[in-house]
Design a protein around this ligand. Structure first.
Ligand code: B12
Ligand code: SF4
Length: 449
């Protein structure tokens, strides 16, 4: 019998100033794991960001087992370009020694696949590749994921991977793998949608899922269309089966939707998914860490959210300036956001349960505009999440920012980008203001205003 081919799949650790596991799972890599498993390969999988891995629980034993939570971290020396920044730089996730110990326990792979997240997390990716190359010098490594796609040339030049894979075309990936492993995968049928292979985790606190790819909008600061050019919504029944499958198989109650466009085409998509789920006698929690699009939220949908147990729904406003709303893509306006908040309140959500995302630090955005946006969002009596702008290469806003062509992607980090222009303290003041207004909201009758 032919020996089964062994594939090792790795999600690297992260270097950042701040990082929190807000339902972050490497869905792309987990889909690839399922694909390769279906094709008969043996899979080894190491997620260096798995907070619930038995080896990680030894470091931080008091983990919140149910959902999002804090990563274990170690403070490291800052890269020299960040010397002036008054914050600690950390490596989040598995310490390298634990990763190397795990490698000792697995069979030698025939092929290695490494994923990558944000462009400014590339340092962790490079370190993982270096460790793997030292241990398995003759084994080909393919690097893919968001950084590899958005910053392809950088990854090609600096990552140390043997192959850098741009995008998410699995047929192309199988063609490449076929060449490397000297096997013909070309006749293989790829399932229209592969459930991410969450069974590979020793313990699952939550499941992150996508019900669609692409986005019907094209906001000037967002790189979504560079990653997924066409909009496709999955069959609602299939999404429902995925949720029920993981609930029954892995006993998971918490589900996080990754889609920004989750509410697009609501009558034919999200409403059907939720009505279908409500037909089953299951008690689940749903989370939307990405901002939802207010223009698709109507009264019926708000009630369905409440009934299906959507926890703390968050809406994307980004700015209260009507002018900037228009020039950045027109996905939302003040009327739609106010209406959406009202629908959620009528459905039974309290003020502090509803969240609005704002963006600060967009090129050309004045401090006065951000301040007005903070006051406007708080006037709706909701919790406001003030996010720092992170420049995404290839987007119109990246061009507007007039960044040096060879800017080190470490500067894309939303925690430091405002500093790039030397405005750290002014941004900090706005964050403090927002924090104070959020505290005030919670103090008022426990948020039930
Ligand atoms: C879910 C999500 C989040 C979640 C979870 C993030 C996380 N850490 O995982 C939350 C809400 C927390 C979040 C927050 C932020 N996010 Co976000 N987020 C996303 C989103 C919507 C989906 C990512 C994802 O999992 N996709 C699903 C899978 C299917 O795609 P994938 O992993 O890329 O995999 C595909 C391919 O790449 C390939 N592939 C993947 N791995 C591998 C490996 C190999 C070997 C191969 C061959 C192929 C391959 O296969 C897949 C096939 O489709 C993306 C947009 C997008 N469309 O991807 C933005 C995105 C990644 N986020 C972005 C940004 C800017 C942010 C924030 C900074 C926003 C802010 N200003 O606060 C914060 C940062 C928070 C943090 N520090 O993590 C940017 C990244 C920009 C950058 N410079 O890299 C993106 C691209 C969106 C955008 N605005 O343009 N985000
Ligand atoms: S609606 Fe959201 S996902 Fe779509 S382009 Fe705008 S910011 Fe990106």
């Amino acid at each position: 019998m032919r020996k089964k081919r062994q594939a090792l799949l790795v999600n690297p650790w992260i270097y950042d100033f701040a990082c929190y596991d807000l339902f972050a799972k490497p869905i792309g890599l987990l889909k690839i794991a399922r694909l390769l498993h279906n094709l008969g390969l043996e899979i080894d999988f190491i997620d260096c960001l798995d907070r619930l891995h038995p080896e990680m629980l030894k470091f931080s034993p008091f983990q919140n087992l149910s959902g999002s939570g804090k990563y274990y971290y170690e403070v490291v020396e800052k890269p020299s370009i960040f010397k002036e920044i008054p914050r600690r730089y950390k490596r989040y996730g598995m310490p390298p020694r634990v990763f190397e110990d795990l490698l000792k326990k697995i069979k030698k792979p025939d092929i290695i696949l490494v994923t990558s997240g944000m462009t400014y997390w590339y340092r962790g990716v490079f370190e993982i590749i270096e460790i793997l190359k030292t241990r398995y010098p003759d084994i080909p490594i393919i690097l893919g994921g968001i950084y590899a796609t958005l910053y392809y040339k950088h990854a090609l030049k600096h990552s140390g991977a043997d192959f850098v894979f741009k995008g998410g075309d699995f047929k192309e990936l199988l063609y490449l793998m076929g060449k490397i492993l000297r096997r013909d995968f070309s006749c293989q049928k790829i399932d229209s949608y592969l459930f991410p292979f969450y069974e590979l985790y020793p313990c699952n606190g939550y499941i992150a899922l996508r019900t669609s790819s692409g986005c019907p909008f094209k906001c000037s600061y967002c790189g979504w269309y560079l990653l997924e050019a066409t909009v496709h919504q999955r069959d609602p029944k299939e999404v429902c089966s995925e949720i029920l499958y993981f609930h029954r198989r892995l006993k998971v109650k918490n589900f996080a939707f990754y889609d920004d466009a989750l509410l697009y085409n609501p009558d034919k998509h999200i409403k059907i998914i939720l009505k279908e789920i409500l037909n089953y006698n299951v008690s689940l929690n749903f989370y939307t860490p990405n901002g939802l699009n207010a223009c698709f939220l109507d009264e019926e949908l708000a009630f369905l959210f409440k009934k299906a147990n959507f926890i703390q729904p968050r809406l994307g406003l980004e700015t209260a300036s009507s002018r900037r709303q228009k020039i950045t893509g027109g996905k939302v306006n003040l009327h739609t956001i106010t209406q959406a908040v009202n629908f959620l309140k009528q459905a039974g959500y309290s003020s502090s349960e509803i969240g609005i995302y704002l963006l600060m630090g967009l090129p050309g955005q004045s401090f006065a505009e951000i301040k007005d946006s903070i006051y406007y969002a708080h006037s709706l009596k909701v919790r406001v999440y003030l996010e720092e702008y992170s420049p995404v290469p290839g987007t119109p806003e990246y061009q507007n920012a007039k960044l040096d062509e060879n800017l080190n992607p470490l500067w894309h980090n939303n925690s430091v980008f405002p500093l790039y222009k030397g405005n750290y303290h002014r941004f900090q003041k706005l964050k403090d203001l927002n924090h104070k207004l959020n505290e005030r909201l919670v103090r008022r009758r426990g948020g039930n205003v």
